[in-house]
Design a protein around this ligand. Structure first.
Ligand code: HEM
Length: 392
């Protein structure tokens, strides 16, 4: 294959899919930059990684998201980056909060907010700021019972924390990210203190009163958990909505179909997740030497399970680079697989479906604006952080 790919380079960030296709064809397990991580790109091999947590530890998040220049990143001390049995104990604590009951309870509120936000999309607007961020911020704010006036800070915190790369961009970047972590932790610490004084019917109170093996969670464990819940559902959903608008601006016929038949919103979201969902690389550490597709990966290596590539694997889906709302794709790996499968998948699907229904009902078209689209720069997820659009 071509020379070693840098997954943080601007050309890769702008469009990684041709690179994934080349990897799947000629080097399905290969080393990439920065740092020589091992990228696994075919469906079967990605599934093998995700199904074997004993061989592929989620401590990979720590390697990617807590480089030495960061200090402490609560996200990588949460269950996202833990392996069994610690992960198993914590995961059971929050599944209730993310089930069908919560999704049904929140759906009418999400629809009202989507209508309200859509009403302000006049002229050229940044879709990320005007719609794709406030919607998921509201949802996670509701679940955690957070003060709505603070939603505006979520995006900055999420942007700063997800900008963590092996090397900082500048001295100012170091300060900015560390400040974001300190501010976010400080804010959540206050929320926990307030719930200790006055418990409420929300996830924060549930975590304070939860017992795992006869012990309450420590203050740090609660904070790590809350940071995960806040961040995991925010940028991912924002990027899903952003990627969706980019596709619909390029394919107006799809907009017309959705407008004509709102029932297509749900299958559209499934195909969107497959075609250009936000999750790209799930990091793992190989706990022992392992051979995949004939390539031997040394013990201790950082492995990237490329879920976005797996979802375009021609061995799994015919004509995978075509967006096909009628495809009825059997499963995709956007929400992961196995013990760490996303707990917010129902919520994310509901948010995206309602967003599509509301926007296509109200507007005849979406077009890209004159301003430049800017993508995020992080290994795990991909989507626009600035997306100028015009609705008509
Ligand atoms: C389109 C939106 C979303 C996508 C694509 C997505 C994707 C993922 C993926 C791939 C994982 C597994 C990570 C791994 O195996 O290493 C995951 C885990 C997780 N997600 Fe999501 N997610 C989305 C939305 C949400 C939402 C809305 C929430 C909550 C509000 C959420 C909360 C979580 C949590 C708590 C975990 C950790 C689960 C564990 O470690 O057991 N996610 N997500």
């Amino acid at each position: 294959m071509e020379e070693r790919i840098d997954v943080l380079s601007p050309s890769f960030r702008a469009n990684p899919y041709p690179h994934y296709a080349a990897m799947r064809t000629s080097s399905p397990v290969c080393q990439v930059d920065p740092g020589g991580m091992w990228a696994v790109s075919r469906w079967d091999d990605v599934l093998f990684v995700l199904k074997n947590p004993a061989l592929f530890s989620s401590q990979g998040f720590k390697a990617v998201m807590e480089p030495p220049w960061i200090g402490y990143n609560p996200l990588v001390h949460s269950m996202l980056a833990l392996d069994p049995p610690a992960h198993t104990r914590l995961r059971g604590l929050v599944t209730r909060a993310f089930g069908g009951g919560t999704t049904r309870r929140l759906a009418p509120k999400v629809e009202r907010l989507a209508e309200e936000l859509a009403g302000k999309l006049v002229g050229e607007v940044d879709f990320v700021e005007g719609f794709a961020t406030p919607l998921p911020a509201f949802v996670i704010g509701e679940i955690l019972g957070l003060d709505p006036s603070l939603h505006v800070f979520f995006k900055r915190w999420a942007d700063d924390i997800s900008s963590i790369a092996p090397e900082p961009e500048s001295a100012a970047h170091v300060v900015q990210v560390r400040t974001a972590i300190a501010d976010l932790s400080g804010y959540l610490r206050e929320v926990v203190a307030a719930r200790r004084r006055a418990p409420a019917d929300d996830t924060v109170s549930d975590l304070i009163h939860a017992e795992v093996d006869g012990h309450s969670l420590t203050e740090e464990e609660i904070l790590d958990f809350l940071v995960l819940l806040l961040l995991a559902g925010l940028e991912t959903t924002t990027h899903l909505l952003g990627n969706t608008m980019i596709l619909l601006a390029a394919q107006p016929a799809l907009w017309d179909r959705l407008r004509g038949d709102p029932a297509l919103a749900a299958p559209f979201v499934e195909e969107m997740l497959r075609y250009d969902g936000p999750s790209h690389a799930l990091p793992r550490i190989a706990t022992a030497e392992v051979t995949i597709a004939g390539v031997t990966i040394p013990a201790g290596s950082l492995v990237l399970a490329l879920v976005a590539s797996a979802n375009r694997d021609e061995r799994r889906h015919a004509d995978p680079d075509r967006f096909d709302i009628d495809r009825n794709a059997q499963g995709n790996l956007q929400f992961g697989h196995g013990i760490h499968t996303c707990v917010g998948a129902l919520l994310a699907r509901m948010e995206a479906r309602i967003a599509l229904e509301v926007l296509t009902r109200r507007f005849r078209r979406v077009e890209l604006g004159a301003g430049e689209i800017r993508y995020n720069r992080t290994i795990a997820i991909r989507g626009p952080v600035v997306l100028p659009v015009r609705f008509s």
